[in-house]
Design a protein around this ligand. Structure first.
Ligand code: ATP
Ligand code: MG
Length: 567
């Protein structure tokens, strides 16, 4: 499946509000019919599913309307940024199925931004403030109360220039001064109350080394970077709505008041993706990783792209989910169950069907000849017959799931219980004859007899039995470890909870089963291959799996048992 760029189907589907804006502007010939977007992650962490929503918008809209989307690494803060993150970001975008035109860096524009700031100082539009950040914050006022001017606001231009140079030369200490735009301390938009343009950070930058010590703030870098690159639509999330006037203002200044309506990037905002039972803040995700509360950024419980990949989600299922939730102008919380439903729907068409027994108990077919082995055929994927078949061995001693046998079963129990008949998938109908227990009364073996005429495909096989069980031949299967994942957090919306997010982690989010078996064919799979363990769920081989120690991750169960359990 490719990204939705098939005009036949997309025309039928209604456009989202960003697509509506873009199509109207293209029709009107705005920007000379050009469409250019950017995806601007800060390389201070791994991408999460929220970023996937932005990626699908930024890259998707360019692809759909013949434009270009560039990757811009928003690297204006050397404290938290790292090349490890840059590489991971690129890998994740490609895996999701998108391609960028160019790769740019906000740091490419440090000189241009510096020159622009210098010009604003010379024009009396910016000043160096030597107050502490607390003092500056205290003067900001509130949305209903004007702020107070800084005592440094009217210092001479020459002095401002001199100090600005010191900010970058190492002569001024970190935190001792900032450059602020001289705008309006009474503006109802708080972002206009003399916003900070530059601050000092004494740390090597992963690209520019020690060349710079003064670094531009997000608001002083983002719009200008868009402008320098020729971005036509700067699409971002709703929290940037109040920043938009400042975004426009700096670009007006950059254009020196000329041709203000031409060649201007337009900022458009959509709602963030928030998912139940997880957090999306990179600060919190980083804390989970650093404090060892999860096993790295790609822990399959993490909402990161690499975590979902390792868990066995397909890129198509993530895109399908994002398509389902859509783009609006109102923030909302999206149900994790919806993401899982999209994954299930997608994997149903993709996954190779294999057998695995996660909680084994032995089933002995007492009337089946000892030493006899039959090779049975199994369809790899009933949704895709072209993917063929594989064989599985059947013999006298099998593993079945513990909960597929009950000695004293209720009436509607259609699995193995003394006197009851079930079908062993792709094999025979068997009738339960009893079990053996240890001294403590635990069932250790289950017994049955098979009907030799009932083999799947034989004339005698169409006899109706209510239950079908999966199984593995004890002598022909392979031991494996299986990791079952559940919600990372035990509360629906950890971000609004008053307690520390660490206290809200679900203690049962990872369950490791070490005594499982899989059929041989499953052991030939590779990490990231999509599998369905019959009757159990979707799984994939973990990247740490070896032929001596097989490890499988549960991607998602076959049914949404979780939301029922909790209602
Ligand atoms: P954080 O504040 O946690 O560091 P961020 O939003 O600043 O995250 P960036 O790397 O700056 O992360 O984000 C890059 C792009 O992805 C931005 O355009 C941002 O709006 C978008 N984005 C980030 N989180 C989400 C989300 N949850 N839903 C949709 N878009 C998002
Ligand atoms: Mg950011």
């Amino acid at each position: 499946m490719t990204v939705n760029n098939n005009t036949e189907t997309t025309e039928k589907k209604s456009l989202n509000f960003v697509e509506e804006i873009v199509t109207e502007e293209l029709k009107a010939g705005k920007n000379g019919g050009r469409l250019q977007t950017r995806f601007p992650p800060e390389p201070n962490g791994y991408l999460h599913i929220g970023h996937a929503k932005a990626i699908c918008m930024d890259f998707g809209i360019a692809q759909k309307y013949g434009g270009v989307c560039n990757l811009r690494l928003d690297d204006t803060n050397p404290i938290k940024e790292d090349t490890e993150y840059v590489e991971a970001i690129k890998e994740d975008i490609k895996w999701l199925g998108f391609e960028w035109g160019n790769i740019y860096h906000a740091s490419d524009y440090f000189q241009q931004l510096w020159d622009f700031a210098e010009r604003l100082i010379k024009e009396g539009k910016a000043y160096i403030d030597e107050q502490t950040s607390e003092e500056i914050a205290a003067q900001k006022g509130t949305p209903t109360q004007p702020g107070t001017n800084s005592p440094y606001r009217d210092r001479p231009i020459e002095e401002n220039l001199e100090l600005f140079y010191k900010m970058n030369s190492g002569e001024a200490e970190e935190g001792s001064m900032v450059l602020r735009a001289k705008l309006d301390m009474a503006n109802p938009n708080m972002h206009f109350r003399d916003p900070i343009m530059y601050r000092i950070i004494n740390k090597e930058h992963h690209r520019t080394g020690s060349k710079w010590k003064a670094y531009p703030m997000y608001d002083f870098a983002h719009g200008q970077s868009d402008f320098f690159e020729g971005v036509t639509h700067s699409i971002c999330t709703l929290e940037f709505v109040p920043h938009r006037p400042l975004y426009d203002h700096y670009i007006d200044e950059l254009k020196e008041g000329k041709d203000l309506n031409d060649n201007r990037p337009r900022q458009i905002e959509f709602n963030r993706l928030n998912l139940t039972y997880t957090v999306m803040s990179k600060r919190k995700l980083l804390a989970l990783v650093k404090e060892g509360l999860v096993n790295g950024w790609d822990d399959p419980r993490m909402p990161t792209i690499c975590g979902y990949r390792r868990r066995g989600y397909s890129p198509e299922s993530i895109r399908k989910f994002i398509d389902m939730i859509g783009y609006t102008k109102f923030d909302a919380l999206n149900d994790f169950a919806m993401l899982e439903a999209a994954v299930r729907e997608d994997l149903n068409t993709r996954a190779t069907r294999v057998s695995a027994v996660l909680n084994p108990i032995k089933l002995i077919i007492t009337n089946y000849p000892e030493g006899q082995v039959e090779e049975l055929e199994c369809v790899n994927n009933p949704e895709k017959p072209e993917e063929g078949k594989h064989t599985i061995e059947f013999s006298r001693e099998l593993w079945i799931e513990q909960d597929d046998f009950m000695e004293d079963a209720p009436k509607k129990y259609f699995r193995l219980t003394p006197g009851n008949e079930v079908r062993l998938k792709s094999a025979y109908i068997v009738k339960c004859t009893g079990c053996k227990k240890d001294e403590e009364g635990n069932v250790v073996e289950v017994y049955c007899e098979y009907d030799p005429e009932s083999k799947s495909g034989m004339p005698g096989s169409d006899r109706k039995v209510k239950g079908t069980l999966h199984w593995l031949s004890c002598a022909h299967c392979v031991p494996a470890e299986v990791r079952l994942y559940d919600r990372l957090f035990s509360v629906e919306n950890p971000s609004i909870d008053e307690r520390d997010f660490r206290e809200l982690l679900n203690p049962d989010s990872l369950k490791v089963l070490t005594n499982c078996y899989v059929e041989k064919f499953a052991a030939t799979m590779k990490p990231l291959d999509y599998l369905q363990f019959q009757r159990t769920g979707y799984f994939t081989m973990d990247q740490d799996s070896t032929s001596e120690h097989l490890i499988f991750n549960r991607t998602v169960g076959l049914k949404d048992t979780w939301s029922k359990k909790n209602k």
